[in-house]
Design a protein. Structure first.
Length: 135
């Protein structure tokens, strides 16, 4: 589940690109979101046309960032805490899971680490994640 700093790792990124390429979208936006105030106005943004992983790594991303669909079908928040959270339509998430079979073990590792850090139970963490995803 670990990311590569402020970038997805190569397996995570390739699964995301494969999922996007199978949808109606062929572009996505990357925005640095770790700014005070409105990051849409103050942050840096890149429109991407499914770049390969090496080109993605060349993007100077040095803060928390979001990778997201222009049409709202998915979003990925890449945290400074070496993980990423994904949200999207049911169809997008199902396809992403097929393209990234490590998702279940990654989810388990992330929840275990959050539990150790926060002192919360797996159930409390799961409820928090589910409640956030339904907003």
């Amino acid at each position: 589940y670990r990311t590569y700093g402020y970038h997805l790792d190569d397996r995570q990124y390739q699964a995301l690109v494969d999922t996007i390429s199978r949808s109606d979208e062929q572009t996505f936006i990357v925005s640095q979101v770790e700014y005070e105030g409105n990051f849409f106005e103050r942050g840096e943004h890149w429109e991407c046309r499914l770049p390969d992983y090496d080109d993605y790594l060349k993007m100077t991303i040095c803060l928390e960032n979001a990778i997201y669909s222009v049409n709202g079908s998915f979003g990925v928040l890449v945290s400074h805490e070496d993980h990423a959270l994904v949200s999207g339509t049911k169809e997008f998430i199902e396809e992403l899971k097929r393209n990234y079979p490590e998702w279940l073990s990654d989810e388990s590792e992330l929840i275990t680490e959050w539990r150790e850090i926060s002192g919360l139970s797996n159930t409390e963490i799961y409820r928090y994640l589910v409640n956030k995803s339904r907003r």
